[in-house]
Design a protein around this ligand. Structure first.
Ligand code: F6R
Length: 608
């Protein structure tokens, strides 16, 4: 999604802005731009495509100045063209960058046109800059004009705005889209996330909904939605700074796949003892575990798949009903909330617009409490939820989620066991599960050892146009996740089915051109799944089987076998995810796609 960087300093800010944009590239974008404010006025460069195209313009035509705003745009209103790229201007007086969507942009555009404003882009953003310009006719102070204009906007936004002739400050604001203030020495910053500013500061202030902030070189003044000045705490960034360094790896995605043993261990650390789940991990308020009678899980995309796995765990271990729903559906329907229902959101970013909207709606619906399982401690989701369990995966840069997903599953397993303990799970069973979890990092490491073999499998796979993923039980959501990964980064059309559904329709697709990826752990469903595979083999389908040795499956004509470590069945969904991540990665590399920033996708989906 769009990314914002803004700087005021005593030095030239163009390099800081460009580095900030490069650090935001992982969020997904299709054009970029920068406006620099100096004594002569506000000047900008904009470019379609990668930030490198913008850098090239800067090299050819340098812009110097001590105040600037910059933007990566992920197109929503209007194609990715230079005219639609931010910053947008009102005359030569004001320049503005925006992340989010202005829902009432059409009536505002009509009003502004009637007042004589000329629009140069198809974006919703351009109305904001003209609105501020118009407000300045009766209220010449930029801060007050911004406050008055924002009150007229419906939708979500984070903005940065600079004014010609004002070389002492710039203004930023947020409502519904993320924005963080970076605090420096005689220089201050804003950005869509902290990673964009780690090259210049590690001190951050998280803005609240509706905050407007005035940034000068030596001061950051924050006003809340009512216009009252507010003090907000400064936090020091404590993520591992090398998150933005690929190290020995060619792509962030591969680095993040290989980090999984370490980050899963970090997710378990302090949350389980030798024999128990430590409920203190839910904070002082873990009393909800005793009261909960139902669970509603709401999330999007990969996080939704993690939620689907948790449904199997919760219903199996705790015997409590659990429903799982995508946030974009949940937020627009009338929801019946049974007594004592836990509302559980899952999000790696904690900024997903649909998930946040679902949380805000749920808070009005009488749930027992709200719990967020999230990877970003400073995110809006964490700040707005009553309880949090952090996944501790560290910053994830690759757009296709890998370590954030397996740590979500780890955190969900901890949660499922904690709820189950209050609902009759024996101490003996708890100990057995916890001991299995303690071995998880080592098994994930073992699963990674198949990398070289999977690379060979990928060579065979890369010329395919379609793929069908099959699994049963907890392997069904993992099949969904595997097919999503393949789609996202290799652009191969892929679908996933519960294997038992095959004969109810999708079997019609199976012929020698349709690869079938089957997830076959050695568990209660093995014989049933083997029958499903026979149905495929009988129709000439090529089977890519991911199974442990005990299944007695192996490579033969039309079967390509990949070994997955044999683990306790509770761990199967996590361990089986690893080879599917590797498969998608290697297929994408063979196909030559942009692995870390696949086309049309964004890392943090901050618009609806
Ligand atoms: C896919 C992926 C997405 C996200 C989804 C929700 O690899 O990462 O499907 O899971 O956009 O994002 P979060 O988890 O940040 O709420």
């Amino acid at each position: 999604m769009c990314g914002i960087v803004g700087v005021i300093a005593c030095r030239n800010v163009s390099k800081i802005l460009i580095e900030g944009l490069s650090r935001l590239e992982y969020r997904g974008y299709d054009s970029s731009g920068i406006a620099i404010n100096n004594e002569d006025g506000v000047y900008s460069h904009r470019a379609v495509g990668k930030v490198q195209a913008l850098k090239d313009k800067f090299e050819a035509y340098p812009l110097d100045g001590k105040i600037g705003i910059a933007h990566t745009r992920w197109a929503t209103h209007g194609k990715p063209t230079e005219a639609n790229a931010h910053p947008h201007f009102s005359g030569d007086d004001l320049a503005l960058v925006h992340n989010g969507i202005i829902e009432n942009h059409e009536p505002l555009r009509r009003e502004l046109k009637a007042k004589g404003y000329e629009f140069k882009s198809e974006t919703d953003t351009e109305v904001i800059v003209h609105l501020i310009h118009d407000a300045m006719k009766s209220q010449p102070d930029l801060l007050k004009a911004v406050q008055a204009s924002l009150a007229k906007l419906e939708g979500a936004f984070a903005i940065g705005v600079v004014q010609k002739d004002d070389n002492e400050r710039f203004i930023a604001a947020r409502k519904g889209s993320p924005l963080v203030v970076g605090v420096g020495i005689e220089e201050n910053f804003v950005a869509s996330d902290q990673l964009a500013l780690l090259h210049v500061t590690d001190q951050f202030i998280f803005l609240e909904e509706g905050d407007v902030v005035e940034l000068s070189r030596d001061q950051v003044t924050i006003y809340d939605a009512k216009g009252e000045p507010q003090e907000r705490p400064i936090s020091v960034f404590n993520h591992n700074i090398d998150a933005t360094d690929k190290g020995e790896y060619r792509h962030y995605m591969m680095k993040e796949i290989y980090e999984q043993p370490k980050v899963i261990a970090a997710c378990l650390d302090g949350r389980i003892s030798e024999t128990k789940v430590l409920t203190s991990c839910f904070g002082a308020d873990s009393g909800f575990l005793k009261e909960v009678e139902n669970i509603h899980i709401v999330a999007c995309g990969t996080s939704y798949h993690a939620g689907m796995v948790a449904k199997y765990w919760i219903e199996d271990l705790a015997g409590l009903p659990c429903t799982v729903e995508v946030a974009s559906e949940y937020r627009y329907r009338k929801v019946a909330v049974p007594k004592n229902t836990l509302f559980l959101t899952l999000s790696q970013s904690g900024e997903t617009a649909d998930t946040l909207a679902a949380l805000r709606m749920a808070k009005e619906l009488g749930y027992l409490t709200t719990l967020a399982i999230c990877n970003v401690p400073s995110s809006t989701l964490v700040r707005e939820s009553a309880l949090t369990l952090l996944t501790n995966a560290g910053a994830e840069i690759g757009v296709a989620s890998t370590k954030a997903f397996t740590t979500q599953l780890t955190a969900l397993l901890i949660t499922s066991i904690a709820i189950a303990v209050e609902n009759g799970l024996s101490a003996e069973k708890e100990k057995e599960l916890v001991q299995a979890m303690r071995s998880l990092p080592a098994y994930v490491d073992l699963a990674l050892k198949e990398d070289a073999h999977i690379k060979n499998v990928a060579d065979r796979f890369a010329n395919k146009h379609n793929a069908l993923f099959l699994g049963r039980g907890t392997m069904f959501p993992i099949a969904l996740e595997g097919s999503l990964k393949l789609k996202e980064i290799s652009y191969i059309h892929a679908e996933a089915y519960p294997a038992g559904e095959l004969k109810h329709g999708p079997l019609a697709l199976v012929d020698e051109n349709m690869p079938i990826i089957a997830l076959v752990p050695h568990n209660d469903m093995l014989d049933k799944l083997k029958s499903n595979l026979q149905e495929v083999a009988a129709r000439g389908g090529e089977l890519y089987v991911f199974a442990d040795k005990d299944t007695d499956l192996h490579s033969e004509e039309n079967i390509i076998f990949t070994e997955v470590p044999k683990v306790d069945s509770i761990l199967e969904p996590i361990v089986h995810t690893i080879p599917l991540q590797l498969l998608s990665y290697h297929v994408a590399v063979v196909k030559g796609t942009d692995v870390d920033q696949p086309r049309n996708l964004a890392k943090s989906v901050t618009v609806e």
